[in-house]
Design a protein around this ligand. Structure first.
Ligand SMILES: NC(=O)c1ccc[n+]([C@@H]2O[C@H](COP(=O)([O-])OP(=O)(O)OC[C@H]3O[C@@H](n4cnc5c(N)ncnc54)[C@H](OP(=O)(O)O)[C@@H]3O)[C@@H](O)[C@H]2O)c1
Ligand SMILES: *[C@@H]1O[C@H](CO)[C@@H](O)[C@H](O)[C@H]1NC(C)=O
Ligand SMILES: *[C@@H]1O[C@H](CO)[C@@H](O)[C@H](O)[C@H]1NC(C)=O
Length: 309
């Protein structure tokens, strides 16, 4: 009986270890973030609802959820978290406020929209979704324009953090210069910069600069999936060169891509409706790609062919 009980405990422990095999990365002193996030832009999920996708992710051991005011999915995520029964303290919830909207607007957005829609009393990470006035204008389109608005918005997030409503603050789609504005003005770097990042689009200049200031990069469209920008080239999960690396490592091509990102310290934001894919994505940490494979993957798309976004 005692032995039986012990075996059961091990079985449970084994399951927990397998499903929670996602390591954390420290984003600022005292705050750790799981290195794989589930994205909830509706276009990411073709064959399930956002609520069902998030519930499945949580059930399989995923703990990091990425949403945004602009996706309109905060209520769906809130329902999924509630239905999952997973304790709030175990979940890492990221949301985004729509661009450089200014201090008072950001405070209102978080207190009167994000928190009530999510049914939570604090958020783990809030990102300024984009640096320009329109989501489609990437950093190079507005450069130093809207600097004052970006910094005023950051000030609102600092205030919310002081109120205990959010734990960490970051940005999305910021250039090196736009991140530097924050460092210059506030003496702290964004905890995170979430940018487009996949095999066919990765910016080494940005990577080095973020390492230098201590900002963790997150990869959106981590698998080169449905949200990858129009005009940016893609490398499909069926690419024969990718399949060769996958076969040699006895893993799936998606796992290869995710591991290439995490071994560079980049945190993938992916999404899936498929239970099999979700299990695979969450298990993409129990192998190591060799330096030669990492190199090969980084060079699948010649950097000279990158479009400036
Ligand atoms: N900050 C920003 O500006 C910004 C912009 C765009 C996106 N994002 C965030 O990034 C998230 C993800 O974007 P994305 O959807 O383009 O991500 P993605 O990871 O590139 O693509 C997701 C697609 O990959 C498929 N997939 C997942 N795991 C797979 C596997 N193991 N094998 C084969 N296919 C697999 C899924 O299809 P199945 O369901 O068939 O598995 C899904 O359609 C968004 O939801 C959003 O949260 C942020
Ligand atoms: C890479 O990032 C740097 C610094 O933000 C920027 O100047 C450059 O245009 C980016 N390259 C591409 C291809 O987007
Ligand atoms: C390859 O991966 C499968 C599935 O993860 C596993 O069952 C099998 O033991 C692995 N084979 C080798 C040779 O490692």
């Amino acid at each position: 009986m005692a032995q039986r009980k012990l075996l059961n405990m091990f079985a449970l422990w084994g399951l927990a270890a397998a499903s929670n095999g996602v390591p954390n990365i420290r984003i600022v002193p005292g705050i750790e973030m799981p290195m794989l996030a589930f994205g909830t832009a509706r276009v990411s999920l073709e064959t399930c609802t956002v609520q069902a996708g998030v519930e499945q992710w949580l059930r399989l051991g995923g703990r990091h959820i990425d949403t945004a005011d602009d996706y309109g999915t905060q209520p769906d995520v809130g329902l999924a978290i509630k239905a999952s029964g997973v304790p709030r303290s175990e979940i890492f919830l990221t949301t985004k406020i729509p661009g450089p909207i200014g201090k008072q607007a950001v405070i209102n957005k978080i207190l009167h929209t994000a928190l009530p829609q999510l049914g939570l009393d604090y958020l783990d990470l809030v990102l300024i979704h984009f640096p320009c006035k329109s989501m489609k204008d990437f950093p190079n389109k507005c450069g130093a324009i809207f600097r004052a608005e970006r910094l005023d918005t950051w000030a609102g997030l600092v205030e919310l953090r002081a109120m205990g409503k959010i734990r960490a603050i970051g940005v999305s789609d910021y250039s090196v210069e736009q991140v530097a504005e924050v460092v210059e003005e506030f003496g702290e770097a964004p905890a995170v910069n979430q940018v487009q990042w996949h095999l066919a689009y990765h910016n080494e200049t940005l990577w080095s600069a973020m390492q230098q200031v201590g900002t963790v990069l997150q990869a959106w469209a981590a698998l080169g999936g449905p949200t990858a920008s129009h005009g940016v080239p893609s490398i499909s999960l069926g690419d024969p060169r990718l399949k060769e690396v996958a076969a040699r490592n006895n893993v799936s091509t998606a796992q290869v891509v995710l591991r290439w990102e995490t071994q560079h310290g980049v945190v993938p934001v992916t999404a899936t409706c498929s239970e099999e894919h979700a299990r695979g994505d969450l298990a993409a940490f129990d192998f190591q790609l060799s330096p030669a494979d990492l190199d090969l993957l980084s060079n699948l798309m010649p950097q000279t062919e990158l479009v400036i976004i």
